[in-house]
Design a protein around this ligand. Structure first.
Ligand SMILES: [Zn+2]
Length: 249
């Protein structure tokens, strides 16, 4: 492989690593924001339940006061009834007492409903509080992990960028310019291997003469279909592989 093509293949794997690190560094804050948003939603739901519980207790207190008022009214009416002069007066008091007693029953029914509701709210509140405590701890853990991961990624990214600058300085300027131009156009892949007579990136079959050129050329050659820099990795011959310091018997 000629040096520029070899450097381009290294550059490509480095660029893929850089893109991967960039993606991860970019995705972590989004993940943290998402779990924080969820925690916030759970927190607000618990606060809404607490507000409902306090509203429930206020209403019960008010109803208890209303019942007391009605009971005082009833006992006053009973006293007055004793002094009724006529049957009509007597019945009028009686009606009023019945009305008050009906009100009292209505308030009592509402209190029973509120008690059942508050029991459910209290139970939910306790469960939510326990779940929130765990969720908060989990979010803190994930934030800490994300910070550590980002720092490690950043370190690797700096290394990769330094490696990239070194590779670029070793490449001829025209090949590097072509690499960048193709990379932008071809979604990050500017270099393609040739295998089974095809460009393995776009699958186009190479003309036999062109295929021969790719194997032997001293110049950088580009796929006639997708424009990528082509390289050819000759298969390692069996006897050549066996002649090395091999453990194969
Ligand atoms: Zn191609």
């Amino acid at each position: 492989m000629i040096p520029d093509v070899r450097l381009a293949t290294h550059l490509q794997s480095l660029d893929q690593r850089i893109a991967e690190l960039d993606r991860e560094i970019g995705a972590l804050p989004k993940h943290i924001a998402a779990i924080e948003r969820q925690l916030d939603q759970h927190l607000r739901r618990m606060e809404a339940d607490r507000a409902a519980l306090s509203g429930n207790q206020k209403e019960r207190k008010k109803l208890e006061g209303d019942i007391q008022m009605q009971e005082q009214k009833v006992s006053k009416l009973r006293d007055q009834m004793l002094q009724a002069k006529t049957n009509d007066q007597y019945r009028a008091f009686q009606h009023e007492i019945e009305f008050c007693e009906k009100e009292i029953r209505k308030f009592e029914d509402r209190i029973l409903d509120l008690m059942a509701e508050s029991e459910a709210l209290e139970k939910n509140g306790r469960a939510a509080e326990a779940a929130l405590k765990l969720e908060k701890e989990q979010v803190e853990r994930e934030k800490k992990d994300a910070r550590e991961r980002t720092a490690a990624d950043q370190e690797q990214l700096d290394e990769a960028q330094a490696g990239r600058r070194k590779l670029v300085s070793e490449m001829s300027a025209s090949v590097y310019a072509a690499y960048e131009r193709i990379r932008k156009k071809r979604h990050g892949l500017a270099v393609a291997e040739v295998g089974e007579g095809r460009c393995l990136a776009c699958s186009m079959a190479l003309r036999p003469q062109f295929l021969q050129d790719v194997r032997t050329s001293a110049e950088v050659l580009y796929c006639e279909s997708c424009g990528r820099i082509l390289y050819y990795n000759p298969p390692v011959a069996v006897d050549e592989a066996a002649s090395g310091p091999s453990v194969l018997s």
